[in-house]
Design a protein. Structure first.
Lengths: 165, 165, 165, 165, 165, 165
């Protein structure tokens, strides 16, 4: 029946619609990499505060980078059906977009393991954006976080995947 | 000097541009509430899987709700300069938008304390969205999380704040 | 209607049957205490190992005590709808019952706050029992943990409560 | 001497009776599975609330399942001498026993690793029972958690183990 | 008897020598502040790497500052008999001492609460030192962390305390 | 250029001076062991309290040992650029030095993995010392923690390393 087939596609539910952690015991250990991105847009004044002048060397991006890296390591504690993983690399980078008054956050996660790391990459991006929000909220409480998505995935049975642009 | 003034607006940096946890020791204990929202959009097939048919009573939203509530409680562990807080209420709700094939996540956080709870509300929304992503990613790896922002804040010295619509 | 009334009794579900963290913002701050107990029973040989001879001064109970105290502090991280609390006292004690070859674990939790602490007391007892299990499992993998319940609650609107014996 | 031999059986104490994390560095990586069970019994009215009527589709079991799965992943943080593990599967299930007014919780944990996963399975069961307690305590504060034990263990040097019934 | 009196001075042991979390339920809520310091000394080459040249504006101190702030918030999770606290201010600062090729780390913790915050201040200093060690260990694995102590305590029944210099 | 070369030696900064988690994906899995030590010195009266008389069998060292073991497992959560690891052995020991009124803490960490475990060993020592401080601070608030350093490292590409004495 159609509905049953569709349900099978939601690997995180069993046939009764109950939460289901996928069993990866038998999956091969392969090198896996995922990249993700997200954006935080703010008003002009706040964007200037963090990108120009005396304080552009300040800790704003350093704090957000550390928060993102730490969050990737906490992913299985935050997202109930994620497996605990031993990330061998987490990277978080920031690009300022002065035209749109936004900061682009990108992340890369990598390991040799049995399951993909896109949730870790998305978590790194999300928490880095939240940290930027926290650091700037006194100047602009109306900021918006958007465009959080996976860019690429490599490794595992499904091989290479790339977001359409 | 202008730059110094601007820096002062970023309460989370000190005058040297270093990370600074705001001292709230002397702030009054008042009842504070914040609400936030976010969205996750997906392809048509995945949207149908979680909103219709036999499994619409499944655990998808229950898991995401719990993840969001738990994440609000972990906010000060995730965001480096946030103060530890004792939330007295966290609520996470979901609305399905069949026209745009997206789920809207809203959160409410409340406490009687010395500092606002908008970061907790934003964290709840973000992690609930990430959990929905995790549960649906086998069906649609190209989902996007967007529109994460504060809706309202109440309490504290700055009083009522509402996002412009 | 009956079903609705019944549902109202489950304070942790809202009217739609969804997980609901009770809002304690308006509840008074009062001194609250809860005590709980649990048991772990084991074979005779294992019971002797931890209660007699050269090693009765060993770290077995010290490790389980610390694990129980630490677990009480983690309660709101373990149990999704529990509020974060600031416990002002946690105590975990052990009594050996040589007749039944079991260890009785009791706990006491206390704070001045807006919500009861029986879940913290039960969590302390449960994790202390699990730790005893872990330390003795090489000698007896068939141990059983049982009799976990609240003994007394004091404070708050509902006042004194005591388990019937 | 007898006492010394006995002490050797408590692998989690060294020869001085001090807490000792077993060194598993040299143990083989094998597939290991453990199952465990536990029960929570309640009064008739509360049992009805969670198993019948309009709310039997409510989030009660979904929340407890997620709490149990998350707790299995936190096992080495809760139980001091447990090794950190990378679980590849955690499953938590519920069976309602209307004759005895109790819920039976079963768990399964699995990984390919150097040490068994029965503590993870027991932790999942314990925290799922505690979460059921939390969600029902307004209706029945006198519930009891009991019968927590390992059902089966597979893998590793000691091979298959099964609780006697 | 003397020994008993002495034991009473170790507030973290009860009369049986067992771990004891001090009951602070009845203690007054007062503003409390503690400051602490610690040092990490390294070889000349490593000291130059982090204090001079192109990279003196690098993230070394920013990462250690964040680690120290976050660790202060985790104090009750790290130190078994510490009470959970709601810090209202944590500050971590670094001074470079080119004569002795060492970095001095100082911390300040503050809250309005029932117990002192010197353990939080010491934890912030310790983890900031460990983070500096981690970031520099490829250049000098023989670094040493030393001189960790409380500088001042204010507030509470015991009033002002200051380390003798 | 010299500065660039020097920066390269700080593996935890990239070429822009930004925090950088080293990519260990391609490193071989080898057995790795590290040992570390630290000291806490106290006044004569406090030293006597924890080492002689009726309470020398008390829980002081048991609590500190457990805290040290647990902290080693939390290392990657405490130190931002540390990789998550699966320690297969953690050991924490105490030696009392009555001449200098100090306690020496030593630790050993081991695993089969892609990166060294000296940070875990140092974290175990540091948190064990902090726990001793906490347990004795009512008797002597002027204690000092010192001499924290790596003693030996084994395994990995760099082979055996030993601190000069």
């Amino acid at each position: 029946m159609t509905t049953t087939n569709q349900a099978a596609e939601l690997s995180h539910l069993n046939q009764h619609g109950e939460a289901n952690m996928v069993d990866v015991t038998e999956k091969a250990m392969t090198s896996r990499t995922a990249t993700a991105q997200g954006f935080i847009s703010m008003n002009n004044e706040t964007f200037e505060l963090i990108t120009t002048g005396k304080h552009k060397k300040g800790d704003v991006f350093a704090v957000a980078r550390i928060a993102g890296i730490q969050a990737a390591k906490k992913c299985s504690d935050l997202i109930p059906l994620c497996h605990p993983l031993m990330l061998s690399k987490v990277q978080v980078d920031f690009t300022t977009d002065s035209e749109n008054k936004q900061v682009k956050v990108t992340s890369l996660c990598r390991l040799t393991g049995q399951t993909g790391v896109e949730m870790e990459a998305l978590t790194a991006v999300s928490v880095a954006c939240l940290t930027l929000f926290d650091m700037c909220k006194a100047a602009d409480p109306a900021m918006e976080i958007h465009g959080i998505k996976v860019l690429t995935k490599e490794g595992g049975k499904s091989g290479q995947w790339q977001a359409s642009s």
